[in-house]
Design a protein around this ligand. Structure first.
Ligand SMILES: [Zn+2]
Length: 383
């Protein structure tokens, strides 16, 4: 028996590299960037009769395609990001979609090309059967794994022709088909300590930036303990983790500069300004006037969609129809659903694969979940 369409599509998608350059320039290496995968999808969606186009950055575009249902009052946006994390250190060929039993291996198989493959199969089915009951906007957004620039470009485009219809969004990320309506947001901050350089044989003549930054690390750890003391009942506490640190130029020079980058996970009522204020307060409390916050940037908005939202209700019905658990849950990771929610479109996260396999050196997805996701999406489009 031949494989279901979603499996064949997933093999095609994994074979097209779409690695996120993670903040670097694209360069000549064809594995980087979303353009080739975006163009493949645009053509595939056009063949299904959709009005598909590329939006955002010309080198790293996102795909937006619309399918309209006669008389529909509700519009569903399904977003499945195009980019994958890098492939360094992988123990399998990242772009050779190998199937072993019920698993398909390859970079992006789980995060999150399996979701797009399920969507295209579901769409093909309802279009050929004339059973589409909701308007659908298919979104394949670039840059989810780094700055969400693709999701922002898509939101701008959708805002340009927003009507007064009910609109909600589903982001397909690996939740093992659990419905996720809440997750934390992410901010990154860079702190710089300034000192006074001098010869290391007479350190008293200078001021070590590394010592100042080390004091800042301890102050931030205390701040993290304060954050841990105020957990959200569903999401747990906001967190702070220092992921990078550097400083100094030579062993015999008292350093005049040292820096760190920290990752701050945000609860739904927090933003980059409140995160910055908390960090600033910790530095001031420790008397660290020579350590400055160089920047504090929001990477992902938190998500907190109420259970009464049509997004949650419709997904619950589709999960029940598929014989799967439907209780809304939380996720530990951030997604582009937060970007949609922030733009005023209620959003949830639901998709095949487990985060335990995402970003790993042997990434794989359970094909039974991809096939089940196609059935769930079909249910959503037909109801
Ligand atoms: Zn993802």
């Amino acid at each position: 028996m031949g494989r279901p369409p979603c499996v064949r599509y997933l093999q095609d998608y994994v074979a097209i590299p779409s690695v996120n350059p993670m903040g670097s320039e694209l360069g000549a290496d064809e594995r980087f960037g979303e353009r080739r995968y975006a163009e493949h999808l645009r053509e595939q969606l056009r063949r299904l009769g959709l009005d598909a186009e590329l939006v955002g950055d010309a080198e790293r575009p996102s795909v937006v395609a619309e399918a309209r249902a006669a008389g529909a009052t509700e519009t569903l946006i399904v977003a499945s990001h195009l980019d994958t994390v890098p492939v360094e250190g992988m123990e399998i060929d990242p772009f050779d979609p190998r199937i072993e039993g019920t698993r398909l291996y390859g970079r992006g198989s789980c995060d999150t090309k399996g979701g797009m493959a399920a969507l295209v199969e579901a769409l093909e089915h309802v279009l050929s059967g004339g059973s589409l009951r909701r308007n659908l906007v298919v979104v394949g957004e670039a840059d989810e794994e780094f700055g969400s620039s693709g999701a922002h470009a898509v939101v701008e485009r959708l805002r340009a022709h927003a009507g007064d219809r009910v609109r909600w969004a589903l982001a397909t990320e690996p939740t093992e088909l659990r419905l996720v309506s809440c997750h934390k947001g992410i901010a990154h901050a860079r702190l710089v300590a300034r000192g006074l350089a001098c010869h290391s044989s007479n350190p008293g003549a200078g001021r070590s930036a590394i010592v100042s930054l080390a004091r800042a690390v301890l102050a931030l750890e205390e701040h993290a303990v304060e954050l841990a003391a105020c957990p959200d009942p569903r999401l747990g506490p906001a967190t702070l983790s220092i992921g990078q640190i550097e400083g100094g130029s030579a062993p015999n020079v008292v350093p005049d500069r040292a820096s760190l980058v920290l990752d701050r996970r945000l609860l739904p009522w927090e933003d980059e300004a409140s995160a910055r204020a908390g960090i600033q307060g910790a530095l001031e409390k420790a008397g660290l006037g020579d350590v400055q916050i160089e920047r504090c940037e929001l990477m992902k908005w938190a998500l907190s969609t109420p259970d009464a939202s049509p997004a949650v209700q419709a997904c619950r019905r589709a999960l029940v129809a598929a014989g799967l658990p439907d209780a809304p849950d939380v996720a530990a990771f951030g997604t582009d659903a937060g970007v949609f929610a922030r733009s005023g479109v209620a959003a949830v996260v639901l998709g095949p694969g487990s985060v335990a396999q995402a970003h790993t050196s042997r990434e794989w997805v359970d094909l039974r979940q991809v096939e089940a996701m196609a059935r769930i999406l079909r249910q959503l489009l037909e109801s």
